[in-house]
Design a protein around this ligand. Sequence first.
Ligand code: DC
Length: 231
Amino acid sequence: MSFKIITIDGPTGVGKSTIARQLATKLDCLYVDTGAMFRCLAWSWTTQGCPESDESLEKLGDQTRIVFENEKVICDYTDVTQEIRTERISAKASKISGFPLIREVMKKQQRALVEEVRRSESYRGAVLEGRDIGTVVFPAAEFKFYVDASPEIRAKRRLLQLQKSGEDVDYEEVLSALRKRDFQDQNRKVAPLKPANDAIIVDTGRLTADGVLENLLNYVLKKESTSLELN
Ligand code: DC
């Protein structure tokens, strides 16, 4: 069976990570959280205090070492799994993701990661989640999904996550930060958040997490078996 690339794009707080991770496990695919890559750059940017310019951010992107190790995110040899999820880093990640050179660096790294796995034959494919994966990074991917839910539903989910990790925030604060990030993601000049023309749209507000996973999984398996029959 050929190596498959599955893209899952959508706005912040929609539950992409859970869906993508589970789908990858079920299909024996590599899971790539591209948002975590932008968050790592935001973390490095903050800790190193780099100036805010295209050139210095490009250099930062080239020099920052990001490694996914089981469920951990390691940035420049530091475990940043928890820290990159704070509201402070979320806001910075959204900001730097608007820099065109940063997007180029990330696109190259994401493609290289998938190519390495394809060559090594260590997985049957890759599931990548983000904002521009189906539109820009892998526009020829065979399976493309766009997951969405209302800002209110997403803010409620995000609030629970933040409270669990001990952040002191309230609903209105989270909703307003989320709307701001939606606006930045959807209106940046390069690679704005939008569904690819050929993406399957999934409303996660109407389904349970298990329901969403089942829908995506069925779609992939059905399309694969149809193309096997045709060949
Ligand atoms: O998915 P996330 O919330 O962890 O992403 C963090 C930020 O990175 C978010 O503001 C949008 C940006 N991002 C992006 O621009 N392109 C991607 N492919 C993934 C994330």
